[in-house]
Design a binder for this molecule. Structure first.
Ligand code: NAD
Ligand code: G6P
Ligand code: MN
Length: 442
């Protein structure tokens, strides 16, 4: 009989929990012994769990969903921990965005000043999660982490807990692949990609569809329309105008830099002026999520509390849930499936530092990822990545050492911030805004 596992979702109150659980329960090959939700916010988790219980009732009524805010109870003997914490919540996401925008800089969840501030909040709790898992979880536990900013979390956890069994992942490349599949009118499972970069900072160098090289064909399409095709308009994620704008923007990047196909997040680093013009300080992405995903959750919970029925499909958006379940399945049963994940470079990209945390393809085994060799990358891409890697490294050092100087260096080095003057102004406001979350910087 196949081994059965205890799975814990850390950040059980997340807007993504229902979608992840749906994919977990639809994956019949993954045998679940126990399914737990863990969160530090009991009220939020209890509300979200009402929706999640509907998903369970629908797909696996025999399974009892367990819910806890107690670390020992939740993590004892856990095999897989799916992490998706948002430290500071959407309230702090909006602050990150607005403080940056006020100074004319990109105000974004994971990029630029906002991303660095979010990183400085998240390093401590993620390291704590590792320590809790080391203490209570199964000896062969795996944390599969979505918590953002994944690039900084990866760099920090590699530095502070190098032996931890944590694999950091991001759904963006797979979401772009889903758009590519729509363009090619094929199934996502028929695609195989070559890719290199840091998280939210990478490039597709080759795309194959059932073994045929379709890279140039895709470039042609993306140069004209971005990552958007007729089929995309049926996609729940692309129906969101902000995401449509993002997928369309890839067009400009491919025209400027036609070597490779970009991750959508390059818009923040390469088209910063366009994006600052587009962003609205009174309607930031965080605010849109509060009025969108968050409101949907609240309204569904209210309906359930009143004994009314809800439409669960509204919570099943994108490839997010499917991707993390695929990674967990590979770790669980040693499937060696090929996935894009964030790993220590160690020579995979020959001319990048060994300690860079790169996003590249890897074969996922029960002992973790076996990264592919990427080889050398051209100077332009190497230069971009080295700058960002140094910036993220300085964020991590700033937190470890409580160093204001290093934080200022990190903010100054980031491509989205034009000068040390602006870096200092933003950093000083971020220090004020993050008093509850950051250690004192000296
Ligand atoms: P959310 O605010 O809806 O949910 C996050 C949950 O985490 C909340 O219930 C909160 O109480 C909980 N939380 C906060 N600190 C915690 C801690 N220390 N321990 C346990 N739980 C904690 O946020 P969301 O929009 O659903 O996103 C969740 C996370 O997933 C965010 O970090 C987001 O950036 C990330 N995300 C990452 C990817 C990726 O590609 N890596 C994709 C989507 C979302
Ligand atoms: C993609 C990225 C995530 C990010 C999310 C934001 O999925 O890969 O890292 O958290 O988008 O989406 P949102 O709808 O919250 O702006
Ligand atoms: Mn991501």
């Amino acid at each position: 009989m196949k081994k059965e596992f205890k799975i814990v979702i850390c950040g059980g109150g997340s807007t993504y929990t229902a979608g992840i659980v749906k994919n977990l329960l639809e994956e019949e090959e993954l045998k679940i012994k126990e399914l737990w939700l863990y969160d530090i916010d009991q009220e939020r988790q209890e509300k979200v769990s009402l929706i999640v219980k509907e998903v369970v009732k629908d797909l696996r009524p025999s399974l009892e969903l367990k819910i806890s805010t107690d670390e020992e109870e939740a993590f004892t003997d856990a095999d897989f921990i799916m992490a998706q914490m948002r430290v500071g919540g959407l309230k702090m996401r909006v602050k990150d965005e607005q403080i940056s925008l006020k100074h004319g800089c990109i105000g974004q969840e994971t990029c630029g000043a906002g991303g660095m501030a979010y990183g400085m909040r998240t390093i401590g709790p993620m390291v704590h999660l590792i320590d809790v898992c080391e203490k209570y979880a199964s000896k062969t536990y795996w944390i599969v982490n979505y918590s953002n900013p994944a690039a900084i979390v990866a760099k920090a956890t590699q530095t502070l807990r190098p032996n931890a069994r944590i694999l950091n992942i991001c759904d963006m490349p797979v979401e772009v692949e889903a758009r590519m599949a729509e363009i090619l009118d094929t199934d996502l499972s028929n695609l195989e990609v070559d890719y290199f970069g840091l998280n939210h900072y990478g490039w597709f160098t080759k795309v194959q569809c059932n073994g045929e090289d379709v890279t140039e064909k895709l470039k042609k399409h993306v140069a004209e329309y971005g990552y958007v095709s007729k089929a995309s308009y049926e996609d729940a994620l692309v129906k969101d105008p902000d995401w449509l704008h993002t997928f369309t923007n890839a067009k400009k990047i491919v025209n400027y830099f036609p070597d490779y196909l970009p991750n959508t997040y390059w818009q923040y680093y390469l088209l910063g002026d366009d994006i600052v013009d587009y962003m609205d300080i009174n309607n930031t992405r965080g605010m849109q999520v509060i009025h969108g995903r968050e409101t949907k959750i609240r309204e569904a919970v209210k309906k359930l509390e009143n004994g009314e029925k809800i439409d669960l499909t509204q919570f099943y958006v994108g490839v997010h849930g499917k991707f993390i379940v695929e990674v967990v399945k590979a770790l669980a049963y040693d499937t060696r499936s090929r996935q894009l994940v964030i790993v220590k470079n160690d020579g995979a990209v020959k001319n990048l530092p060994d300690d860079a945390m790169v996003e590249i393809p890897a074969y996922i085994t029960k002992d973790g990822p076996e990264p592919v060799r990427v080889g050398e990358i051209p100077r332009f891409y190497k230069g971009l990545i080295e700058q960002q890697d140094a910036c993220e490294g300085l964020v991590v050092e700033a937190v470890i050492e409580g160093s204001y100087k290093k934080a200022l260096q990190a903010f100054t080095l980031n491509r989205t911030i034009p000068s040390a003057n602006v870096a200092k102004e933003i950093l000083d406001e971020m220090v004020e805004a993050n008093k509850e979350y950051w250690m004192e910087l000296k």
